[in-house]
Design a protein around this ligand. Structure first.
Ligand code: ZN
Ligand code: ZN
Length: 351
């Protein structure tokens, strides 16, 4: 046994409450969340409370919609795109009340508000419904690889994970600057045919690259369907550094809502695996999968399975006096990942 390790019998862990083990031995990777599209949601606190405000609206009507049975009006709201639904709220107090009580509205605004801010600001809101967003909110695993997915791919409202963003496992993307020269119509015509993201100024990827200019990004597969001769252009983009950045611009963090239990999960990493990596780096004996294990994101249930296999996490639990003492974890764990330029933003955000 390595020095500093404490042997623990399985029966000692069986008595340990799962949430306490999660608190002591896992952490959330904030650096992943900050590598993708984001807004400072604290700027929108008033919007959040306005969206969730209940209104008593006995005196207002719905105009021509008033002749329809209420369940049909609700069904229309359910099928409206996000932008139109939020516009409908502004018609009058009755419309506000109907939208507020549409199925899935409250849970989506409550738990997916940060993602919704990005959806509205990137101008993709008119392509999808609130129920599309609610469905992704309630989906746990990455559509592309099956791991826990703490993100949404905004061009198709699909659940994805950070590893698929980083490793280029998302559908191919093209910036409109490449496409519009090939398109006979105006770029505006193109944007009405293909879901398009207008990227946000920000700091993207784990290399923390600053992009101040906004750019239009669309899925390459749609462009192929429009019979554009873009194969050469696509190859050119594929070779560019900009291509990697596009993936971060069309994704944003989205928690998972377990509809049965009401639990909300953002995904957690193992503190023990980070400590193991730091120890291996000091002795220059790093296993080939050590970084991948450190970056692996788990659901609560998956983490507990990992805990039983991870000696370093078990050791951390024992050293914390089974959750009573605050364990002396690494700086990386305490900060929720690795930051350079983003330190400025994080300290700004926390004010
Ligand atoms: Zn994935
Ligand atoms: Zn571990």
């Amino acid at each position: 046994m390595e020095s500093g390790k404490v042997a623990a019998s399985p029966c000692e862990f069986e008595r340990a409450p799962g949430m306490e083990i999660l608190r002591v031995c896992s952490y959330h990777r904030h650096d992943f969340d900050l590598a993708v599209a984001r807004t400072n949601s604290r700027d929108h606190d008033q919007v959040r409370s306005s969206l969730l405000r209940s209104i008593n609206a006995t005196s207002s009507g719905l105009g021509h919609l008033q002749i329809l049975p209420l369940e049909i009006v609700y069904e229309i709201c359910f099928l409206l795109d996000i932008q139109s639904l939020l516009n409908l709220r502004h018609v009058n107090r009755r419309a506000h009340q109907i939208v507020r009580t549409t199925r899935g509205y409250e849970a989506t605004i409550t738990h997916a508000f940060e993602a919704l801010c990005v959806i509205l600001k990137t101008k993709i809101a008119s392509w999808f419904t609130l129920s599309d967003l609610f469905k992704v909110l309630c989906t746990r695993d990455c559509h592309f690889c099956g791991s826990f997915g703490g993100f949404i791919f905004l061009l198709s409202f699909t659940r994805c994970c950070f590893s698929c963003i980083r490793e280029d496992s998302l559908p191919s993307l093209l910036p409109s600057s490449v496409v519009k020269n090939r398109f006979n119509s105006s770029p505006r015509g193109l944007y009405s045919l293909v879901p398009t993201i207008r990227s946000l100024p920000g700091i993207y990827s784990m290399d923390e690259i600053v992009r101040k200019k906004r750019t239009q990004i669309m899925p390459a597969e749609f462009i192929s369907r429009l019979s554009l001769r873009e194969a050469n252009e696509r190859a050119r983009v594929a070779q560019s550094k900009e291509k990697a950045l596009l993936r971060y611009m069309v994704t944003t963090a989205l928690p998972y809502l377990d509809i049965k239990s009401g639990d909300v999960q953002n995904g957690i990493c193992c503190s023990g695996c980070q400590i193991a990596l730091e120890r291996a780096l000091r002795s220059s004996r790093v296993q080939s999968n050590a970084c991948a294990l450190r970056d692996k994101v788990y659901s609560y249930e998956e983490f507990m399975e990992h805990f039983w296999e991870c000696r370093e996490a078990q050791n951390l639990w024992m050293l914390s006096n089974q959750g009573v003492d605050v364990a002396n974890v690494s700086e990386f764990v305490r900060r929720g990942g690795w930051f350079k330029k983003r330190d400025v933003i994080m300290s700004f955000d926390s004010k």
